[in-house]
Design a protein around this ligand. Structure first.
Ligand code: FES
Ligand code: FES
Length: 243
């Protein structure tokens, strides 16, 4: 071995000895080893539980309950404590257990959600329940799609209303989502024509106007209109100059 080789070998052995000693010292002094870690891992190294996150302040809506009583399909409902501002469609579904009224657009456009409001003067009109608060109906009388057919004492449907039957006869609907709205709209029209009959020449335009706001995404308009015309023309007293 040359002198240079001897010196390199001695240096290497010395370095290994120093490293070995340092490792042994670190193992016997864990706190010191921890202290040497970067600041980015303090809790994991310390073994302490992470602090609970601070509560986030949010502007939660506060619903105030308010009594609501009304008559639905001839039955008195309530008083019930109902959140102020709740839309009528939600009240029907969640409080009254009447799920036949359909929520479509939720914006007052499609008219799938309409119910019939019976007014004190004996007239009736459609009301959109997706944009009308439940408390608007406090003390009022309404009819929903569940109230049209005749039922026996067990609550089973024994006879459809004339308009419901004609919608079936004419295959007016497909998925049926819009049908409760069309039934209510046509019923309001028939009740109006009983009070104010139209001329035969105006029957079609009257039906078009009455059903105009109702959207059918299955596009079954023609058969709806034909069915309503069938009922109008075959019901005595609705058309002034019916043959
Ligand atoms: S759901 Fe009410 S108008 Fe469309
Ligand atoms: S029958 Fe399907 S939306 Fe009218």
């Amino acid at each position: 071995m040359t002198l240079a080789q001897s010196a390199a070998s001695a240096a290497s052995a010395s370095a290994a000895a120093v490293a070995s000693q340092a490792a042994a010292q670190a193992a016997s002094q864990p706190d010191a080893a921890s202290a040497a870690q970067p600041d980015s891992q303090p809790t994991a190294q310390a073994g302490a539980a992470a602090p609970a996150p601070a509560p986030v302040e949010r502007p939660l809506v506060q619903y105030k309950p308010k009594a609501l009583s009304l008559t639905i399909n001839g039955k008195e409902v309530g008083p019930l404590q109902v959140p102020e501002g709740l839309m009528m469609i939600e009240f029907l579904h969640e409080y009254a257990g009447l799920t036949g009224s359909r929520l479509g657009c939720g914006q007052g456009v499609c008219h799938a959600c309409v119910v019939i409001l019976d007014k004190p003067d004996g007239t009736s009109e459609e009301m959109r329940t997706c944009i009308t608060g439940a408390h608007f109906f406090n003390g009022r009388k309404i009819r929903t799609i569940e109230g049209h057919a005749k039922r026996n004492e067990a609550g089973e449907v024994v006879e459809l209303s004339p308009i419901q039957q004609k919608f079936l006869d004419h295959f007016s609907f497909q998925c049926g989502y819009c049908t409760p709205g069309f039934v209510n709209a046509a019923t309001v029209l028939l009740e109006r024509l009983k009070r104010e009959p139209v001329a035969k020449a105006d029957v079609e335009s009257t039906i078009m106007t009455a059903l105009d706001g109702h959207i059918c995404r299955c596009t079954g308009y023609v058969r709806y209109y034909e069915a309503v015309k069938d009922v109008v023309m075959s019901t005595p007293g609705l058309v002034k100059d019916a043959a």
